[in-house]
Design a protein around this ligand. Structure first.
Ligand SMILES: [Zn+2]
Length: 446
């Protein structure tokens, strides 16, 4: 009966607008899909609701309700996940889609063209999406690979997660983002006049590079506030950039309505970045009690990549990782996990980020196990990768939870991730923007 009324009202409105004789409007009504969720964790609280139905209209969620109160019309498109746990698409706030985890040998600094990274990015984007990550923040790639990748994915040209794109991480001369310890005759540069949009010294140069990156369409700025592990000749504990330089970068980013992330391992670099008004501290390996207190005060997110230590000290050796990098990782890897536990205990804001590309893309969810081992509840760890991550990205209105109006970014797993968070390492169903990209759960394999 309802359907007849609907049909009548459509005819009536067509007639009223004088279009009754015209061919149908170009845009068909958005497709409606009913997802039956056996268990639903919506990404916000601790609760799991059983026997729910998510109604998806086009690319967004129209409603979420109890199955008993959500009649499904005959002939409707139904996705039966009634034996699975359904969650929001996961978000990884620290990836490098253009990076390969078998490229540790320094020879690739000279052998690879940027096209190599682009090919890797196409493959890694798909792998990441199929692992259940429907949004990633890419925080460092050749100029402007992440922007192009984002655009190609948004056009529907290639499959991948939503990409929040940065340019190259902005570095001091001789810092984590520079090519160090080779002869001054060595040149690896596509844009020498702009120092590859990545090297800047002093407040004016920092402002210029941030503006230049914005000109080419980045969503977020990444700056390197301390030395790094996977770079030659610098120390992870040492600050890079002054507070004034970091503040100039943060101010430029914020003026343009963008967020800014700072790579920082050492305690002083972390504090400098927080003082400067940076939105998230990446790695935060050697954060001390004062740093944790400052992060809480300023509302700064910590994005601590506590899985990849396993890979750097394990498999990366097969790929000729320089001994210097291994020594640096040994010095900070265990401390980073302990400091993660302290930050969780203290109630600092945490968002999920893994440094994918250092280890193989697609294994992102392996970090959940460590987040729980070092003090989070499974629900807390999942929120770090859903609602909290969306908050850090400034995109809570669109992603990060299963609620009406949000993009229909929906995943499902057969085991219970709230009992064993490792269930998220085997995501069996992935929908992004209402489109199913993976389905090994409903029997309608795609
Ligand atoms: Zn990184």
């Amino acid at each position: 009966m309802k359907r007849i009324l609907a049909a009548v009202s459509v005819l009536f409105s067509l007639a009223a607008s004088g279009l009754a004789q015209q061919p149908p409007a170009e845009k068909p009504a958005p497709k409606v899909t009913y997802i039956q969720a056996g268990r639903l964790f919506d990404g916000t609280g601790d609760a799991v609701r059983e026997k729910m139905v998510i109604v998806v209209e086009g690319e967004r969620i129209q409603s979420v309700g109890a199955a008993a109160e959500t009649p499904i019309p005959a002939g409707a498109t139904v996705i039966d996940l009634s034996r699975a746990t359904v969650l929001p698409g996961l978000i990884d706030c620290h990836t490098h889609l253009g990076a390969r985890a078998d490229r540790y040998d320094p020879i690739y600094d000279f052998k690879d063209t940027p096209f190599q990274s682009a090919f890797a990015g196409v493959l890694n984007a798909r792998t990441t999406l199929e692992a259940g990550f429907t949004t990633v923040r890419d925080v460092g790639s050749a100029p402007f690979l992440a922007v192009d990748l984002r655009n190609s994915i948004n056009e529907g040209f290639i499959p991948g997660p939503r990409v929040v794109a940065s340019g190259p991480g902005i570095s001091i001369t001789g810092g984590h983002g520079d090519l160090n310890n080779y002869s001054p005759q060595t040149r690896v540069s596509m844009f020498p006049e702009e120092r590859d949009y990545g090297i800047a010294d002093g407040v004016d140069q920092v402002r210029h590079v941030v503006r230049a990156q914005l000109k080419y369409g980045v969503d977020v700025i990444k700056i390197l506030a301390s030395g790094g592990v996977l770079s030659k000749g610098d120390s992870p504990g040492a600050p890079q950039y002054t507070v004034e330089e970091l503040k100039a970068a943060a101010d430029e980013a914020h003026m343009a309505g963008r967020k800014i992330a700072a790579h920082a391992h050492g305690a002083q670099g972390i504090k400098n970045a927080i003082t400067a008004g940076i939105d998230s501290i990446e790695h935060a390996s050697l954060i001390d009690d004062e740093g944790i207190r400052m992060a809480k005060e300023h509302g700064t997110y910590l994005v601590m990549d506590i899985y990849n230590d396993d890979y750097i000290l394990g498999k990366a050796r097969d790929f000729h990782i320089p001994e210097e990098f291994i020594e640096k990782e040994k010095a900070i890897g265990r401390l980073q996990r302990e400091n993660f536990a302290k930050a969780v205990q203290a109630g600092a804001k945490m968002a999920f980020g893994t440094d994918a590309g250092v280890y193989p893309h697609g294994d992102n969810a392996r970090q959940f196990f460590y987040m729980v081992k070092y003090g989070m509840t499974p629900a807390q760890a999942i929120r770090a990768a859903t609602s909290n991550a969306a908050d850090l990205l400034g995109r809570s209105q669109n992603i990060g939870s299963i609620a009406p109006g949000k993009y229909a970014d929906v995943i499902a797993v057969s085991a219970d991730p709230l009992a064993d968070v490792r269930a998220l390492e085997k995501v069996g169903f992935v929908m992004k923007g209402g489109v199913v990209y993976k389905d090994t759960l409903t029997g309608k394999s795609k």
